[in-house]
Each structure stands twice: as C-alpha cells, then as structure tokens.
Design a protein around this ligand. Structure first.
Ligand code: ADP
Ligand code: MG
Length: 228
C-alpha cells in the first residue's frame, strides 16, 4: 500500500435503476481506490456493472449511496458546472465505439478538447501533432474515421482523451470491438501513456486476456467488486 492519498476513492457506492419490483441494483456497496500512475483493469461480464461504476466515477451519473472522491473533489457533491469542469480538466473517457466525429479528420478529432479550452490554432496544431505521434499515427492526421481501422480509430480516441492532460483516464471496454492482437496493442498503449504521463487509468473489459498489462485487476460480479 502506498501512503499517498489515492487519486480515486470510491466508498460504499450503490446504484439502483428504476423502482419497485422492476428495480435493478447495478452496484452494491462498491469501494475501490486508484492511485496516480496506476492502471487498474475492471473485469466483468456484460451486465455486471462496469459502465455504471465508470460513469459514476467520471461524474456522468450519480450513485444512490456512497461517496466518490476524484483528485480531492467529492464528485457526488458537485453542481453541474463543477461536474463539467471535472470532465473537462481532470477526467477523460475512452469508449468501446471510439466516439469520433465522422466528419472530422484524426487531427481535428484530437484537437476538439483543445478548441473547447480556447487553445490557439498554433498551440493546438503543435499538441495534436505530438499526440498523434505518441499513439503511432503521426502520418494519419488527415484521415477521417472511415479511412482508418478500428485499432487506429481507438488510438485517435486515446490521443483525444490525452489532449488536455487528464489525471484520470476512464476507458470503458476500449478493446471490445477489436481483435485480440489489436486490443492488446491498445492496452499496451494505455499502459505506456499511464507511465509517461503519471496519470491513473481504469480500463474495463469482459476479456480476461486484456488484464495482462494492468498493474492490478478488480473483478465485478453482479454489481459487487472482488479482488481478482
Ligand atoms: P456492464 O457495463 O458491465 O455491461 P452495466 O453497468 O451497463 O454493466 O449494467 C449493469 C446492470 O444495470 C445491468 O443489469 C443493466 O441491465 C442495468 N442497467 C444499466 N443501465 C441501465 C439503465 N439506464 N436502466 C435500467 N437498467 C440499467
Ligand atoms: Mg458496459
């Protein structure tokens, strides 16, 4: 155990969808801590509660009980503006379906978060070139998503997530639409950026093969976390 305070501290989180006899409790008393510089794999079958937990950690959803602290802020206590700021400045998401804007080039997709932060075109161009280089797509900046493979699209999505130097990368089944080899390469890329940037990453997967590159795996079964 490290003595540094964790970047992410989830304590006793419960999330129930719906009410009455149709209610589904997706998370039961979930607790997890993740430190800066650590890559944690969240492993569980479809429907086990991975997305629910990740969305709550990233401030996209609220729990019914429990606390979520990210970088010193109590996420469940933030108002809309503060939650927006958390998602803009501290947390970045990568999704299974890549989430790229189809009409934009790889470079434009990566630069989007910087536009939102009013970076100048020159600064943006410089940072985007660096990020595309980092994910091994230095030559692909002008390509649109439909001109790229799944693995390349996910690399672009990771570059975009890194654009504003988040402290926490949340990747929800980033390898779910990729073949095993490409998926492992994407996991290795996340591993590399966690080390290079000193950020924390939580990466969900339903494929136990994908946990090899993580520092630690946490298993989720029917909304309950158990050490893997
Ligand atoms: P995973 O990401 O591991 O596939 P989810 O977090 O998406 O799991 O879902 C966990 C459980 O919560 C499942 O039983 C799912 O059907 C249920 N669930 C998820 N989202 C909703 C929702 N918006 N409304 C009702 N039930 C939901
Ligand atoms: Mg999911």
């Amino acid at each position: 155990m490290t003595t540094a305070s964790p970047l992410v501290a989830v304590q006793g989180v419960r999330r129930t969808y719906g009410a009455g006899h149709t209610a589904v409790t997706a998370l039961h008393n979930a607790s997890i801590e993740v430190c800066a510089g650590e890559m944690v794999a969240l492993v569980g079958r479809s429907g086990s509660g991975k997305t629910t937990l990740l969305n709550i950690i990233g401030g996209l959803d609220r729990p019914d009980a429990g606390t979520v602290r990210v970088d010193g802020s109590e996420v469940t206590g933030l108002d809309e503006l503060e939650a927006d700021a958390l998602r803009r400045d501290t947390v970045a998401f990568v999704f299974q379906g890549f989430g790229l804007v189809p009409e934009l080039t790889a470079a434009e997709n990566v630069g989007l978060p910087l536009r939102l932060k009013d970076w100048s075109p020159e600064d943006r161009e410089h940072r985007v070139a660096l990020l595309l280089e980092l994910v091994g797509l230095g030559e692909h900046g002008a390509h649109r998503p439909d001109e790229m493979s799944g693995g390349q699209m996910q690399r672009v999505a990771i570059a975009r997530a890194l654009a504003s130097s988040p402290k926490l990368l949340i990747a929800d089944e980033p390898t779910g639409q990729l073949d095993t080899e490409t998926g492992l390469a994407v996991m290795a890329l996340i591993r590399g950026v966690v080390e290079a940037e000193g950020m924390a990453a939580i990466v969900s997967t339903h494929d136990p093969v994908m946990i090899a590159l993580a520092d630690r795996a946490v298993r989720i079964e029917d909304g309950r976390l158990v050490d893997a």
